[in-house]
Design a protein around this ligand. Sequence first.
Ligand code: PMP
Length: 454
Amino acid sequence: MTENGHLTDAVQHILLDLRQMKSFAARPLIIEKAQGIYLTDIDGKRYIDGISGIFVVNIGHGNQHVIEAIRKQQEKVSFVAPLHAVSDTAIRYVTRLGEITPAGLQTIKLLSGGSEATETAMKFARQYFRQAGKPSKYKFIGLYKGYHGATMGAMSATGLGGPRKSVFGPFLEGYVHIAPPACFTCAYGLSYPNCDLLCARMLDYTIQQQGAESVAGFIIEPISNTGGISTPPPEYHPLIRDICTKHNVLLIYDEIITGMGRTGRWFASQTFGVTPDLLCCGKGLSSGYAPLAAVAIRDDLYFSTFWGEDSANIHFAHGHTYGANPIAAAAGLAVIDVVEREGLIAHGQRIGDHIRARVSKEVAALGILGEVRGKGCLVGVEFVADMARKQHFPLERQFGKRVERRLLDAGIILRCDPNWIAFAPPLITTIPQADEMVDIFVRCVGDELQAGGA
Ligand code: PMP
């Protein structure tokens, strides 16, 4: 048997994420190498990585500056236990990261994955209130359709319906969800701006009904991915900021997707002009060159409540073995360099604007455009069967998932849902490359439309 045949056979021994491995094993996608925006499988077929892995590889694959930084770090020290010590590189990294996080959030806990970051933020919030003399504040409010990670606390905060969550219940007590700012599918059946932002005002109502003295935090993705790149109207974030402040509820931004230049600024917090109390980031921090995540914490929360004598026993009682890993920190430092030196945030904004402009026109011309959403280089396209009535295709049609199969055959990977598809290509994507993505996308959407009838 050939080497590739052995690999294909052995796929059944690995469990990938959120998918039936039987069908994957029948037609596996085994990537051997990657460069720039392109991935190559073991048969030599090329794919455009139109979703940066999964909102991760913001600076593109195979960046020599990052590879060299990691190699140099490996030669110095690869592991320092965060229980005993810290590497010089990790200190340099938190200083550098603190230069790009919003003002006042320069206290940083380094971690290795997004779920660790959201868990850390929620544990920090609970310990903070205990030590700040408000131990009854322990609940968290999240959004329906929001996603915050795969571990039990993060899943409790996650507001997804269906088997992705339900098979793991029961969840932690004290997690409440409210409707998201998803105007296209408004849970209240209202239209912006006549709605007067009811979805934001429901946060105020929910905190009051739960009892402000029991609520520790509101956790939210500034733009929700699993909600379909749901992009709130401009008043939403300032409003929820005010409501959280009024009730002494910590605002936790889950910027694991929206951070690191993805939405036109370093963080979506800056894009929307609102500073959270805790900011979780991951994915793009290292651009996938090493597992890396972080929580940026409001300095005064930390120094007023956790900083003191050993005997006071008020240190943050939480940690992970791979936190502040020197290799990951070296990768993170090099990624910030690349984004800054190459002007990738402004460039990514141009690429995102270009994709939004083209798909708005061309999917509308196919007669199935619901809405185009997103900020910076994060684009969501919602499909409808009937544009006038804003009616989706029947769910059993699995329109977007069928388009996904065609996209894969045509050599492009995007994030596909039955009703919407997201683009989030590396920020290094050129206009001709973006055009190639959109050309293939529009062709595949059109072909699926013809094949299935609307
Ligand atoms: N929050 C958001 C918004 C995410 O998209 C993800 C990952 N898809 C996570 C948290 C969890 O991150 P990880 O998979 O790195 O644990």
